[in-house]
Design a protein around this ligand. Structure first.
Ligand SMILES: [Zn+2]
Length: 237
């Protein structure tokens, strides 16, 4: 059972490792997430600017028509007062039109720059991608190794369990499940090393004799002598 516990310790450790990507893999995932978020923001910004550009363009068309209208009127004025009024309208429309033209140019430039930025970010960076691939593949290989390790440990556990009586085997698995993966406990200084419950002297003696399975009276784990590992192995107990 001690050897068996060792195997199951190995299994849970390997499974734990498999669920814990190394820092470089986590960093890579984080970088990619960050990069993608930035791209999404930039693309959203382009959409916003394009919306504004459409509005500006519409305004430009409207003021251009206004300007044409007042320019026609200018040729039809009959007195000084009308002339002054039309000129004032023309000035105003010209100013409005210019404002929109300027904004139109600004937006064109910004959208162009954003598009270039996005393209640069999206373009393949061969060296970086090779490095990323190496990290990803390394981690995949490690995970595969761990999987094989778990399979091997499970096989070893199976063959060890064949030597156990069905009753001991059932007990072991019941404890493994209910005791957070630790079915056995060494006796240290007369106490269970898992829960520190002090063994009664006659139980202590029976543990020492190694002839039967003795369980802790408090946590119910199977008890073993600390020196049993270096002794003759685990046998049934
Ligand atoms: Zn105990």
């Amino acid at each position: 059972m001690i050897r068996l516990q060792g195997l199951y310790d190995g299994v849970s450790q390997a499974l734990q490792e498999r669920q814990t990507p190394p820092p470089e893999v986590k960093a890579l995932e984080e970088t990619n997430r960050h990069r993608q978020a930035e791209l999404t923001d930039l693309e959203a910004l382009v959409v916003t600017h394009q919306d504004e550009l459409r509005e500006v363009h519409k305004g430009e068309e409207e003021w251009r028509l206004e300007l044409e209208h007042f320019q026609k009127q200018k040729s039809m004025v009959t007195n000084e007062r009308e002339f002054t009024a039309v000129i004032s309208e023309i000035d105003y429309a010209t100013k409005e039109l210019d404002t929109r033209k300027t904004r139109h140019d600004e937006l064109d430039t910004v959208i162009q720059e954003l598009a270039e930025d996005i393209e640069n970010r999206q373009q393949a960076r061969p060296e970086e991608e090779a490095a990323q691939k190496e990290i990803t593949q390394g981690w995949e290989a490690t995970k595969e190794d761990l999987k094989l390790k778990v399979q091997k440990l499970a096989q070893d556990a199976d063959s060890l369990e064949e030597d156990l009586s069905p009753k001991s085997r059932a007990l072991f698995h019941r404890l493994l499940k209910s005791k957070k993966g630790i079915a056995i406990a060494a006796v240290a200084d007369g106490s269970c090393s898992a829960c520190h419950f002090k063994l009664r002297p006659h139980l202590m003696q029976r543990v020492r004799r190694c002839e039967e399975i003795i369980t802790c009276e408090f946590c119910h784990r199977v008890l073993f002598r600390e020196d049993a590992i270096s002794d003759q192995g685990d046998g049934e107990g």
